[in-house]
Design a protein around this ligand. Sequence first.
Ligand code: 5GP
Ligand code: ZN
Length: 114
Amino acid sequence: MDNCIFCQIAAGKIPGTIVYQDDEVMAFRDINKQAREHIVFIPKRHLSASLADLKPEDSEILVWILTAAQQVARDLGLEHGYRLVTNSGPDATQSVFHLHFHLLGGEQLTGWLG
Ligand code: 5GP
Ligand code: ZN
Protein backbone atom coordinates (compact mmCIF):
# COMPACT_ATOMS: atom_id res chain seq x y z
CA MET A 1 0.00 0.00 0.00
CA ASP A 2 1.53 3.27 -1.20
CA ASN A 3 0.38 5.40 1.73
CA CYS A 4 1.43 2.94 4.44
CA ILE A 5 4.62 3.92 6.25
CA PHE A 6 5.47 0.35 7.26
CA CYS A 7 5.02 -0.88 3.66
CA GLN A 8 7.45 1.85 2.62
CA ILE A 9 9.99 0.73 5.25
CA ALA A 10 9.55 -2.91 4.13
CA ALA A 11 10.17 -1.84 0.52
CA GLY A 12 13.25 0.20 1.46
CA LYS A 13 11.58 3.39 0.21
CA ILE A 14 12.05 5.13 3.54
CA PRO A 15 14.88 4.31 5.93
CA GLY A 16 14.54 2.21 9.03
CA THR A 17 17.12 0.82 11.44
CA ILE A 18 16.56 -2.80 10.52
CA VAL A 19 17.62 -5.37 13.11
CA TYR A 20 16.14 -8.51 11.50
CA GLN A 21 14.53 -9.68 8.30
CA ASP A 22 13.59 -12.86 6.52
CA ASP A 23 11.27 -13.56 3.58
CA GLU A 24 8.12 -12.66 5.54
CA VAL A 25 9.09 -10.56 8.57
CA MET A 26 11.02 -7.33 9.13
CA ALA A 27 12.04 -5.81 12.47
CA PHE A 28 13.33 -2.29 12.98
CA ARG A 29 13.90 0.17 15.82
CA ASP A 30 10.90 2.30 16.76
CA ILE A 31 11.47 5.97 15.88
CA ASN A 32 9.94 7.05 19.22
CA LYS A 33 11.16 4.42 21.63
CA GLN A 34 9.24 3.69 24.82
CA ALA A 35 11.94 1.52 26.44
CA ARG A 36 15.72 1.15 26.16
CA GLU A 37 15.11 -1.49 23.52
CA HIS A 38 12.00 -0.97 21.38
CA ILE A 39 11.71 -2.99 18.19
CA VAL A 40 8.74 -3.13 15.79
CA PHE A 41 7.97 -6.41 13.99
CA ILE A 42 5.92 -6.34 10.80
CA PRO A 43 4.87 -8.75 8.09
CA LYS A 44 6.60 -7.50 4.93
CA ARG A 45 3.30 -7.88 3.11
CA HIS A 46 0.37 -5.68 4.14
CA LEU A 47 -1.71 -8.61 5.38
CA SER A 48 -4.02 -6.55 7.60
CA ALA A 49 -4.39 -3.23 9.38
CA SER A 50 -4.31 -4.86 12.80
CA LEU A 51 -4.68 -8.15 14.63
CA ALA A 52 -8.46 -7.62 14.63
CA ASP A 53 -8.76 -8.04 10.86
CA LEU A 54 -6.05 -10.64 10.24
CA LYS A 55 -7.61 -13.47 8.20
CA PRO A 56 -7.33 -17.02 9.55
CA GLU A 57 -5.54 -18.08 6.35
CA ASP A 58 -2.82 -15.50 7.08
CA SER A 59 -2.44 -16.35 10.76
CA GLU A 60 0.82 -18.28 10.35
CA ILE A 61 2.51 -14.87 10.20
CA LEU A 62 1.90 -14.70 13.97
CA VAL A 63 4.18 -17.67 14.58
CA TRP A 64 6.82 -16.21 12.28
CA ILE A 65 6.70 -12.85 14.06
CA LEU A 66 6.86 -14.46 17.52
CA THR A 67 9.76 -16.65 16.41
CA ALA A 68 11.58 -13.60 15.02
CA ALA A 69 10.91 -11.70 18.25
CA GLN A 70 12.33 -14.58 20.29
CA GLN A 71 15.49 -14.51 18.13
CA VAL A 72 15.91 -10.73 18.29
CA ALA A 73 15.39 -10.74 22.06
CA ARG A 74 18.19 -13.28 22.33
CA ASP A 75 20.41 -11.25 19.99
CA LEU A 76 19.80 -8.09 22.04
CA GLY A 77 20.68 -9.95 25.24
CA LEU A 78 17.30 -9.49 26.88
CA GLU A 79 17.85 -12.42 29.22
CA HIS A 80 16.08 -10.61 32.08
CA GLY A 81 12.84 -10.45 30.13
CA TYR A 82 10.85 -8.40 27.68
CA ARG A 83 7.32 -7.56 26.62
CA LEU A 84 5.69 -8.20 23.23
CA VAL A 85 2.48 -6.27 22.52
CA THR A 86 0.23 -5.31 19.65
CA ASN A 87 -2.09 -2.33 19.58
CA SER A 88 -5.34 -3.02 17.77
CA GLY A 89 -7.73 -0.16 17.13
CA PRO A 90 -8.44 3.22 18.73
CA ASP A 91 -8.89 2.06 22.32
CA ALA A 92 -5.34 0.74 22.14
CA THR A 93 -4.08 4.00 20.56
CA GLN A 94 -2.99 2.23 17.37
CA SER A 95 -1.40 4.81 15.06
CA VAL A 96 0.00 2.81 12.11
CA PHE A 97 -2.52 0.56 10.40
CA HIS A 98 -0.24 -2.24 9.23
CA LEU A 99 -0.17 -5.24 11.57
CA HIS A 100 2.78 -4.99 13.93
CA PHE A 101 4.10 -6.07 17.31
CA HIS A 102 6.28 -4.09 19.71
CA LEU A 103 9.16 -5.73 21.58
CA LEU A 104 10.06 -3.70 24.68
CA GLY A 105 12.88 -4.44 27.09
CA GLY A 106 16.41 -3.65 28.17
CA GLU A 107 15.20 -2.14 31.43
CA GLN A 108 12.73 -2.82 34.24
CA LEU A 109 9.27 -2.26 32.74
CA THR A 110 6.82 -0.75 35.24
CA GLY A 111 3.20 -1.73 34.74
CA TRP A 112 1.36 -1.59 31.44
CA LEU A 113 2.10 1.18 28.99
CA GLY A 114 -0.60 3.84 29.10
P1 5GP B 1 1.19 1.82 17.16
O1 5GP B 1 0.92 3.05 17.95
O2 5GP B 1 0.39 1.81 15.88
O3 5GP B 1 1.02 0.54 17.94
O4 5GP B 1 2.72 1.83 16.81
C1 5GP B 1 3.26 2.48 15.72
C2 5GP B 1 4.70 2.75 16.05
O5 5GP B 1 5.37 3.09 14.86
C3 5GP B 1 4.90 3.91 17.02
O6 5GP B 1 5.56 3.43 18.19
C4 5GP B 1 5.76 4.89 16.24
O7 5GP B 1 6.77 5.51 17.04
C5 5GP B 1 6.36 4.02 15.17
N1 5GP B 1 6.66 4.73 13.92
C6 5GP B 1 5.83 5.56 13.25
N2 5GP B 1 6.42 6.00 12.12
C7 5GP B 1 7.66 5.42 12.09
C8 5GP B 1 8.75 5.50 11.18
O8 5GP B 1 8.71 6.17 10.16
N3 5GP B 1 9.85 4.76 11.48
C9 5GP B 1 9.92 3.99 12.60
N4 5GP B 1 11.06 3.31 12.80
N5 5GP B 1 8.90 3.89 13.48
C10 5GP B 1 7.80 4.60 13.23
ZN1 ZN C 1 1.43 -1.55 5.05
